[in-house]
Design a protein around this ligand. Structure first.
Ligand SMILES: Nc1ncnc2c1ncn2[C@@H]1O[C@H](COP(=O)(O)OP(=O)(O)O)[C@@H](O)[C@H]1O
Ligand SMILES: [Mg+2]
Length: 519
């Protein structure tokens, strides 16, 4: 018997009549004593979700090898990966007739194979090009590419990728109430880290089709950006936009600037193409607005920031992310309101978004407050009556009242005994004015200087569940919102953001220009 596998003899249509229709038929394979040797030598069994499909595939594979007279679907082999194009092995589908199947490498690695009709191979080819770029290869937050094939079959093109458990839409639905308080933050961070891999290094890439079904989740719950069919390299180094004649993206997940609003607001049944914008301009911040929509979907377990479907486009048009009002955490709300802004200039670049207080550790947040507390105008605010930052912090600027997120008297939120402990041996507590946040920042700075290097924490009454000084101060009842408010104040003041000791918290994005520089 010839143990040669058939290459591309099957399509979904051709195998349907021959495939085992139930597990019952497949169990016959198990009972066949000659079936043993054809499994990959060291099958690395990783997937939980697709375990059954893979086991079935392995059985069909072995069965194909050993018994040719019984009609089972031919296993197709693509670059040493074995796949059976039958709905039993289907794990996903998309627009354009995309079908995604599990496949098993003879090296024992479980993979996924994405199949597209031949006429659409240019999308697959484009995806291959982007996935094999250094930016994508180097990032664990971008789906892992294995192989591309557009020659073996007259009907289809194939892209072989690492196998993930599910897409983000499925994950959000299935996790529901199970997600912990910290999970959404980690997930949003991972989406942004994927975008950082694409946006922050030459040659830069725009994704242009972010949405929950284009983000994959692995067994450990880690996320990876996927589906680069309409992704684009920037036309040149340092360029800030990619111009395109057509709208792109997917319904509900398109940024404001990439929608033909005139067309949408027209009452004409047949749109006059000459009225459509001649170009849509896709920028990095276009990906960011959509990432903001996805982040909201993660935080709210499946909702859209621009509201119910029937109102969504109008709310997007009117710069009205209605969903934000239901977020109780002011920190994530602040980040998302920036990312979702209609004006592109108001949205952060990905590096800036990742330095938002939402993502900073307790230590980094306190280091930020300490750094601000060390600036001369804060150290001695009386000597700088014209400082915009200290004026807001101390509520001296009547046109910009201090944020309602801060208690009026910061001293009052600290246990009086703890306050004395913190001030013991230093500037006395009575010297700090509870209504002035410049004093608060100075106090924090002094406490960190005084106790920061000590191995043992002082004995504090209001320790709660905190185990470090940073955690103590960032407790809900104490200064949890202070890093956010200080961030909001400083980012309004361009000269402060650029200061040497603060610039790490406010990255300046300066894409290198093309002129004569090496790639
Ligand atoms: N590597 C993979 N591992 C697991 N599932 C995948 C993988 N790639 C795609 N899928 C599933 O298939 C669906 C469609 O794939 P996608 O690449 O988004 O195709 P399309 O370009 O047609 O949208 C995804 O939403 C996901 O559920
Ligand atoms: Mg897709």
């Amino acid at each position: 018997m010839e143990h040669r596998r058939h290459i591309f003899t099957c399509t979904t249509e051709s195998v349907n009549s021959t495939v085992p229709s139930s597990m019952e038929q497949v169990s016959k394979i198990e009972n066949n004593p000659v079936i043993t040797a054809m499994e990959p030598k060291d099958w690395i069994k990783a997937s939980i979700k697709h375990k059954e499909k893979l086991e079935l595939l392995s059985k069909v594979w072995r069965y194909n090898e050993e018994t040719e007279h019984v009609k089972f679907p031919k296993i197709a082999e693509i670059s040493n990966n074995n796949v059976c194009f039958h709905e039993e092995f289907l794990i996903g589908s998309g627009g354009n007739g995309t079908e995604v199947y599990v496949c098993l490498g003879s090296d024992g690695v479980e993979r996924a194979i994405k199949r597209l009709p031949k006429v659409l191979c240019k999308l697959l080819k484009n995806e291959q090009l982007l996935l094999t770029s250094q930016n994508a290869i180097d990032s664990p937050r971008v789906v892992n590419y294995h192989f591309y094939d557009d020659t073996s079959s007259p009907d289809f093109g194939y892209l072989i990728l690492n196998l993930y458990e599910q897409n983000l839409e499925e994950f959000v639905k299935s996790e529901g109430e199970k997600t912990t308080e910290y999970r959404p933050r980690e997930m949003i961070r991972q989406v942004l880290e994927g975008l950082k891999a694409l946006h922050a290094r030459e040659p830069r890439i725009l994704h242009r089709d972010l949405k929950p079904t284009n983000i994959l989740v692995d067994r450990k719950g880690n996320l990876a950006l996927s589906d680069f069919g309409i992704g684009r390299f920037f036309p040149e180094q340092g360029a800030t936009a990619y111009n395109t004649k057509t709208e792109c993206g997917s319904k509900d997940w398109i940024p404001f600037e990439c929608i033909d609003w005139k067309g949408l607001y027209s009452d004409k049944v047949m749109r006059d193409p000459s009225n459509a914008p001649s170009e849509f301009v896709w920028k990095e911040t276009s990906d960011i607005q959509v990432a903001g929509m996805i982040a909201f979907c993660i935080v709210t377990k499946g909702k859209h920031p621009f509201g119910a479907e029937i109102h969504r486009m109008i709310n997007l048009h009117d710069d009205n992310p209605v969903g934000l009002t239901e977020l109780s955490d002011p920190v994530v709300k602040d980040l998302l309101s920036q990312m979702l802004a209609r004006e592109q200039e108001k949205r952060p670049y990905v590096e800036q978004a990742l330095m938002h207080p939402y993502f900073l550790s307790n230590k980094e947040q306190m280091r930020f407050l300490e750094a601000v507390g060390n600036e001369p105008e804060i150290k001695n605010s009386d000597a700088h009556p014209n400082c915009a930052v200290s004026n807001v912090l101390d509520n001296r600027d009547l046109s910009k009242p201090r944020s309602s997120l801060l208690p009026n008297d910061w001293k009052a939120v600290i246990d009086p005994d703890d306050l004395n402990t913190f001030c013991d041996g230093g500037r006395p507590a009575s010297n700090y004015d509870g209504n002035r946040y410049t004093h608060c920042l100075r106090f924090i700075r002094n406490v960190r200087q005084h106790f920061g290097n000590k191995r043992r924490l002082p004995t504090l009454k209001a320790m709660g569940s905190a185990t470090t000084l940073d955690e103590y101060f960032l407790q809900d009842q104490i200064f949890s919102t202070l890093p956010l408010v200080v961030h909001q104040i400083i980012r309004e003041n361009p000269d402060w953001k650029k200061r040497r000791n603060l610039q790490e918290f406010f990255p300046v994005i300066n894409r290198r220009k093309a002129s004569g520089r090496k790639r």
